[in-house]
Design a protein around this ligand. Structure first.
Ligand SMILES: *[C@@H]1O[C@H](CO)[C@@H](O)[C@H](O)[C@H]1NC(C)=O
Ligand SMILES: *[C@@H]1O[C@H](CO)[C@@H](O)[C@H](O)[C@H]1NC(C)=O
Ligand SMILES: CC(=O)N[C@H]1CO[C@H](CO)[C@@H](O)[C@@H]1O
Length: 299
């Protein structure tokens, strides 16, 4: 860990000096579309996961328990990875963890389709993808923040919508319907709810070095929340270029902190509301907080 940190600091110093011109080069359409053939996909801890990497640099992706995944990368060309669902919906998605983005990396609720992509960007590195080549569409106020909405036309009718949160964060709830409804009302040609091949909390690195350890979940107003207590089937995908630095994963199975608390609801999970029959207490240190007659949540 120490050597990785040292390496990361050194690498980001170098990238900081030289990365600006290349980081603003948008990915071409053919590269983006290739994401439809993920190098690895499957189910882990009750969630769909997706890992895709273009050759170049090294990436080490590992599924953890429940909605957890962990990824480290070094001088990659481009990769996307993360956990979520194999179809998109206007879900309320919770996430929390650590994100060390380096120069150009994205932490986003991400959908992919043949017609385009949507990024609800919660955090990113020194490079803001909206600054490159998009058209500003307006702003969305949601989940305690303000998002700048950008449309990026990749050509051949391949459209990206980006919601870029002004207040970067590494945990919270994303009310995706607020974004998708806005996009559709403003002329998005593909409806992510029906067109997307998957919807994940994505950690993406593009010509950068960094690390991310995230846990995703779903907050639902009318059904039991997805809990992250299921024991993990730990799957691991690694790509490495010849010159890559070995990023060893100690692969210590994370302790399942929520499995012993089946009577208490997890962070962000529902814990009350009219008609609610599930847990009404929260795991420490969270408090059951009412946000209306129909819904209380562990915050
Ligand atoms: C998402 O949260 C909003 C309130 O923030 C609620 O109105 C809506 O019903 C929720 N949607 C789902 C699918 O749980
Ligand atoms: C990811 O974070 C969780 C929660 O802090 C921790 O238990 C787990 O060990 C971490 N995983 C890795 C691979 O560092
Ligand atoms: C590491 C690896 O095998 N990466 C491949 C993932 O799939 C893309 C095509 O979608 C290839 O270009 C990469 O080489």
């Amino acid at each position: 860990m120490l050597s990785f940190t040292t390496l990361f600091v050194a690498a980001s110093a170098v990238l900081g000096a030289i990365a600006a011109p290349t980081a603003t080069t948008p990915e071409d359409v053919s590269r983006v579309r290739k994401r439809n053939t993920p190098n690895e996909t499957g189910t882990s801890g009750g969630f769909y996961y997706q890992f895709w990497s273009e050759a170049g640099g090294s990436v080490d992706y590992e599924n953890g328990p429940g909605g957890n995944y962990h990824v480290t990368w070094s001088a990659v060309t481009d990769f996307t990875s993360g956990k979520g669902w194999s179809t998109a919906a206007p879900r309320n998605i919770s996430y929390e963890g650590t994100f060390v983005p380096g120069s150009n990396s994205y932490l986003a609720v991400y959908t992919w389709s043949q017609q385009g992509e949507t990024y609800i960007l919660e955090n990113f590195g020194t490079y803001n993808p909206g600054s490159c080549c998009g058209k500003h569409q307006g702003t969305i106020t949601s989940d305690g923040g303000t998002y700048d909405v950008w449309l990026v036309d990749r050509g051949n009718n391949y459209i990206q919508y980006w919601s870029i949160r002004q207040e970067k964060r590494t945990s919270g709830v994303v009310t995706t319907g607020n974004h998708y409804n806005w996009y559709i009302a403003h002329g998005l040609t593909h409806n992510p709810n029906s067109a997307a091949a998957y919807q994940i909390l994505s950690t993406e690195g593009y010509e950068s070095t960094g690390s991310s350890n995230m846990t995703v979940g779903e907050v639902s107003g009318d059904s039991a929340p997805v809990s992250s207590s299921a024991p993990a089937s730990s799957a691991k995908a690694t790509t490495a270029a010849p010159t890559s630095v070995a990023t060893s994963t100690a692969a210590a199975a994370p302790t399942s902190s929520s499995s012993s608390t089946s009577d208490a609801a997890a962070h962000y999970a529902q814990c009350g509301g009219q008609g609610w029959k599930g847990a009404t207490t929260c795991v420490s240190p969270y408090t059951c907080t009412a946000s209306g007659v129909y819904y209380s949540q562990c915050l």
